[in-house]
Each structure stands twice: as structure tokens, then as C-alpha cells.
Design a protein around this ligand. Structure first.
Ligand SMILES: Cc1ncc(COP(=O)(O)O)c(C=O)c1O
Length: 453
């Protein structure tokens, strides 16, 4: 088992009391599930006692925007996915408040199929479908659950799924529900995709099934784009349907902001288009769009929708407002890209490595031992007062620490300058050996507190 570098560094600085739970289970040949879980180490939860409230579950306070408050101090924040800056836009806030006042948070009650249907849900679906150039769209309560259901509903046991190895958890989990064969291709590697399509074809020919290829428009960690143009081109040689998760592309990519399909001019080649409202739309909810007959089918079978309450009206009215702003005011996307371009070119000019990003997601890769990630994170947060996330091995190679910056339309060029200078300082300090100290020194210097958990 790999020892997580943050654990390696954090775990020596405070004593972690082990709770002494009384074993409650009476039957000696069986296990009480709770006894098993109380001290179980989950993949991320195992670090909670050394990370909670600082690295995991940090509380960012104040109005959503570039300047927020973290542990009582103002920080320049690059961690908010409201790409277009709509989360705290006065018109959006007013629309949300008016809708909540008029409708409350309950209406409509019940699942769409039973008693949760409204003309506003249908209107939003029609507007979304028109915007992404598909015949019909259907709303989903959450992106994650929605995607799981889409995948489950699109394929049966005779069909084969081929998906990108760096797909979001919602795709991986949706694939797990598939009773048939699935093949994974190396991230964005077209040769690997072709190889897997060959395997898939052999299976599908035997089972008399079809092939579903799944990937993303923008990969949210590293910011690289799914090679949608090349994948769509493969339809000439292989017969498959293509499902795209465009969570990070919707609103940010393409001339109209209609997403990565629009960017590559292959929207027609995407058979099923999906996006969440959790990023550019700064809301909860999601949608799936495709030809009418496919959506007609999906809306009667997607279990996360059929067996769940309809999206409340403020979400629907709020989404209509956001979609209207996204479509009618190009300045949000223009501001976003002004910030993205300044940030990415400034970082590169300073000699910093931003990898393969072609989207607004901006990773900064700093070569250095992952064990020093905690020290660097504390320095950037406490000394530079910049809040962003840090990613270490196994997501990136062992000798690299990745900081992930999410620019938005409401950042400005001063924020950009400050951030570039901070990362340059971080890199220089790393090279000068400044971080080669026990983390306790950084924790003491900046009075960092991990919350009891
Ligand atoms: C690529 C991708 N797909 C799906 C989701 C899930 O969307 P939601 O937050 O609406 O569940 C996310 C994260 O929000 C995401 O980044």
C-alpha cells in the first residue's frame, strides 16, 4: 500500500486519539457492520484526522467570488467552479430569491413522472436542447447520479462500453452497473481507443450488441480536452454511439459557449450530450440531450429520475435565468478567457509548467517530492493568501506536486499577477530548499489548526 505523502508529513505533528468503542455485537461468528466501520480507513477518509478543515472540508466563507475568507483571513480564491462568475451575480441572486419567494423550495412535489412535472421544467429542457443543438433534453437532479443512470439506461448486457481511463467517477460508477463487457482506453490515446474498439467489435458481433464510447469534453483535473474530433472521425471505421460528459466545457468552450462539441465543430457527432449545472451554471442539477426518441426513452427509465423528486422550482427558474445570461451576454465568457489567457501565458512565461491544458482549468505542476506538498500548500495559503487545491501522487507522478487553479470571469488581471508571482516564489523557495523542513515548523509558524474529527 502506498503511504500518502500528506499523511507521511502530517501524521507526526499531533496525537490522534483512537476512540474506544465498545463492541456491541453479540453473535461471535458474525461482524457488526458498525464495529467494522468505526475505525475503517477509507481511501480519503484515512487522512481526515490530519487534514480535516484545512485540506479536506475547508470552510470558505463570504460571498462567492475571487476574494473569500478562510479561517478568518481573506484569501484570493481559485477553487470555485463558477466559471462565468454567475454564482454571485446580482441578477442571478435576484432571480433565485424571487423564485424562492414565489414558489418556495418544495414545489413541485413528487417525481416528474408522478406529480413533479411543470411547464417550466419543459421550457428549460427545450431551451437547453436548442442551445446544444439536440432535438430534446431532459433534466437530471444531479450530474453524478444522472450520468450513472444515463449509462445504465443506454446499454444492455449485449452492448459493450469503451471509456477513457481518466473519466470522472460518475462515468466509472455508471460503467460498473453495466452487465455486459467494458473496455478502457488509455487517456486520450487514439491508438489505444482503436485497439479497444477492435476488442469491443468482436464482442458485440458475438452478442449482437452495440458499442457505446464515453469520454469527457474537458478533463477537469488537468484541463486537457477529450479528442472529440478524432473520436468522431473514428465513426467512419467503427460503428458506435458517443456519450460526452461536458461538465467543464458547457458555458466555457465553443463560440456560443455550447461546449466542447461546438469548439471542435463535431456537436452532430456526439450522440448523447451531458452537462451538470454545477460549474458554469453555478447551480444544482444537470441535463442530458440527444435525439428525441432517445430522450423519450431515457426519461421513462433513468432510475435516478424516475424514483426521485423533481428539481424544485427555484432551481429551474434559476437555471433559465443563468442560461439566458450565458446565451445573451458573451462578456462573461470573454472575461473568463481574458483571465485564463493572462494566467496561463503568465505562468508559462515565468517558467512554470501548466501541462496540456486547453481549457480554463489551470494546473501548475511543480517538480518536487510529494512529501513537501503539505509545506507548499501551507505557504501558498498562509503566506501568499491564495486558496487553491493541491493534488499529489497517485493522480500525478511521484516527483510532481500539482496545484489546480480555476479561473473565473470575475477574477481580474491583478489577481492573475499576484498569483503568478506567488507560484514563482513557491518554485524558487522549493529549489532553494526552503521546504525541506518538518511540516511542524510550517504549522507552528502560521498557527495552522486541523479540526478535531
Ligand atoms: C466531469 C464531471 N462530471 C460530473 C460531475 C457531477 O456533477 P454534479 O456535481 O452535478 O453531481 C462533475 C462534478 O461536479 C464533474 O466534474
Amino acid at each position: 500500500m502506498v503511504t500518502h505523502p500528506l499523511k507521511y508529513f502530517f501524521n507526526s505533528f499531533r496525537f490522534i486519539p483512537l476512540r474506544n468503542y465498545t463492541k456491541t455485537f453479540k453473535h461471535k461468528d458474525m461482524t457488526d457492520i458498525f464495529d467494522k466501520l468505526r475505525d475503517k480507513k477509507s481511501a480519503l477518509g484515512q487522512y481526515r484526522s490530519v487534514a480535516h478543515g484545512y485540506i479536506s472540508f475547508p470552510k470558505l466563507e463570504g460571498p462567492i467570488g475571487p476574494m473569500m475568507t478562510f479561517r478568518g483571513k481573506e484569501v484570493l480564491t481559485w477553487s470555485i467552479n463558477s466559471y462565468l462568475g454567475l454564482a454571485n451575480h446580482p441578477e442571478v441572486r435576484k432571480a433565485d430569491a424571487d423564485a424562492a419567494k414565489e414558489w418556495g423550495l418544495a414545489y413541485p412535489m413528487g417525481a416528474r413522472m408522478m406529480s413533479g412535472q411543470t411547464k417550466y421544467h419543459e421550457q428549460l429542457e427545450q431551451e437547453l436542447a436548442d442551445f446544444v443543438c439536440k432535438e430534446k433534453a431532459y433534466l437530471l437532479n444531479y450530474g453524478y447520479q444522472g450520468m450513472v443512470s444515463i449509462i445504465q439506461s443506454l446499454v444492455d448486457r449485449n452492448d459493450v462500453i469503451v471509456y477513457d481511463s481518466e473519466s470522472h467517477a460518475c462515468i466509472l460508477d455508471g460503467c460498473q452497473l453495466h452487465f455486459g463487457k467494458r473496455f478502457v482506453f488509455e487517456h486520450n490515446n487514439m491508438e489505444s481507443l482503436k485497439k479497444q474498439l477492435e476488442h469491443a467489435k468482436k464482442v458485440a458481433e458475438k452478442t449482437n450488441g452495440g458499442i457505446l464510447v464515453i469520454t469527457e469534453g474537458v478533463f477537469g483535473m488537468a484541463g486537457d480536452l477529450g479528442k472529440l474530433d478524432e473520436i468522431v472521425a473514428l465513426k467512419k471505421d467503427y460503428s458506435f454511439r458517443l456519450l460526452i460528459d461536458d461538465a467543464h466545457g458547457f458555458g466555457t468552450m465553443g463560440e456560443k459557449g455550447a461546449g466542447t462539441g461546438e469548439h471542435f465543430k463535431v456537436q452532430d457527432g456526439i450522440d448523447v450530450y451531458f452537462s451538470t449545472f454545477a460549474k458554469s451554471m453555478a447551480l444544482i442539477g444537470a441535463f442530458v440531450a440527444a435525439e428525441k426518441k432517445i430522450i423519450d426513452y431515457l426519461q421513462y427509465v433513468m432510475r435516478s429520475q424516475v424514483f426521485a423528486k423533481s428539481l424544485p422550482m427555484p432551481m429551474v427558474i434559476g437555471a433559465l435565468k443563468r442560461l439566458d445570461m450565458l446565451r445573451s451576454d458573451p462578456s462573461h465568457k470573454a472575461n473568463l478567457w481574458k483571465v485564463v489567457n493572462a494566467l496561463q501565458s503568465g505562468l508559462t512565461k515565468m517558467g512554470l509548467d501548466i501541462g496540456e491544458t486547453n481549457s480554463s482549468v489551470t494546473p501548475v505542476y511543480i517538480k518536487g517530492p510529494a512529501e513537501l506538498a503539505g509545506n507548499m500548500l501551507i505557504e501558498i495559503r498562509e503566506f501568499h493568501k491564495i486558496f487553491c487545491s493541491v493534488v499529489v501522487y497517485p493522480v500525478v507522478p511521484k516527483d510532481v506536486v500539482m496545484f489546480r487553479l480555476i479561473p473565473t470571469a470575475v477574477h481580474n488581471l491583478e489577481h492573475v499577477e499576484r498569483t503568478i508571482a506567488a507560484f514563482k516564489d513557491l518554485k524558487d523557495k522549493l529549489e532553494a530548499g526552503y521546504f525541506n523542513k518538518p511540516i511542524e515548523e510550517f504549522i507552528a509558524k502560521y498557527n495552522v489548526k486541523i479540526e478535531d474529527f
